[in-house]
Design a protein around this ligand. Sequence first.
Ligand code: ASP
Length: 432
Amino acid sequence: MSEKMSMTSKIMIWMVAGLMVGTLINNFAADNAWVQTYLVMGLFHVVGAIFISLLKMLVVPLVTFSLICGVCGIGDISKLGRVGGKAFALFMLTTALAISLAITIASLFAPGEGFELAAASTGTFSAPVAPPLSQVFIDLVPSNPVAAYADGNMLQIIFFTILFAICILMIGEKGQPIIDLSERLNMVMMEVVNVVMHVAPIGVFALMAKTFSLQGMSMIVPMLGYFAVLVSVLILHATGTLMILLKLFARVSPIQFLRKMRTAQIFAFSTSSSNATIPVTLQCVEKRIGVDNSTASFVVPFGATINMDGTAIMQGVATVFIANVYGIDLGLSGYLTVVAMSVLASIGTAGVPGVGLIMLAMVFNQVGLPVEGIALIIGVDRLLDMVRTAVNITGDAAITTIVARSENSIDMDTFNDPDAGHAKDVKLPMHS
Ligand code: ASP
């Protein structure tokens, strides 16, 4: 095993250690004030929060410079349109497949039938107001790009950066220094990602330890049917549907793909945020899988925002579950509305923790299911968010690979090399 190989394994070991420490605390030290104050809400919380901020800190500059390089690298606006069009169509297709699979399997196993509503969670959930679809389109264009960058509004950032990069190309030779500078800045940001990757084991440990200290496994028991069906469909989609599409359209080995995506999946799992995981997804897709920057820099952040297969699956299973609990028959047209709604809802909502529940509220409002039913599934949602975020970014990367293959912008030698692109050792410059 090479030195570099050990980075992914190291993160994985620390992740499992965090899970175990958290579970032990939840079982044996839930009432210990010292442990709760100084470890869970002290050390774990602080280290975990710093780690998430470190990751988020990378997203906006990395996406910007990488996208400028990507667009200028393509150098041809019609190709850019084609890549965007293919990616968009595939994102919608996989989301629709994901939620259809979820509804079908959930209907077969019927979780929620005979569920004791009175004995169930008494939490509350108030529905946020969903923005109308027209607003989603209007919001694509930032009225103030600086505000878009400051807020980290990914779709607006993508829109502005692409337009900016196209205009760099349009001014011809004079634009070359800007392209060169962006390339250098992109290299710097990639190096920052490398540095952050080296503290990842500790960050991942802290996030896992905190989450599992607070979220005991016992809350899963009354919700076991819902939990088991949802996790099974998530795994089936990530290792089945997506891999079939990858094999059919990209003609590459799904096993190799999944192996290379492991680091990004662990990051998504422990942060519950597709957005915060963008730097790692980008690195896995470019350096490990071999997709050219011109495709990856555009499709990965685009996917992190509009493509959420895992979240769509949660919506499908949750809809069937709540409909069963309340004894409501949605019928075929109701379920078709759910499919259409969740595909549309995924476009306008960003990949951040917990956003799935907000999308679910929009779907419930549309088909007339009681939104307060969402309170039932809130208890287990934090854990499920972790799994579905890992599925979300797997979908983003699979589609990036398919699009890249169709555009001939993937290096198959890199793809086939199991050791390609492992995290580099960090050599800090020192004064001698
Ligand atoms: N946490 C998910 C993501 O970032 C979204 C969600 O399902 O809540 O992709």
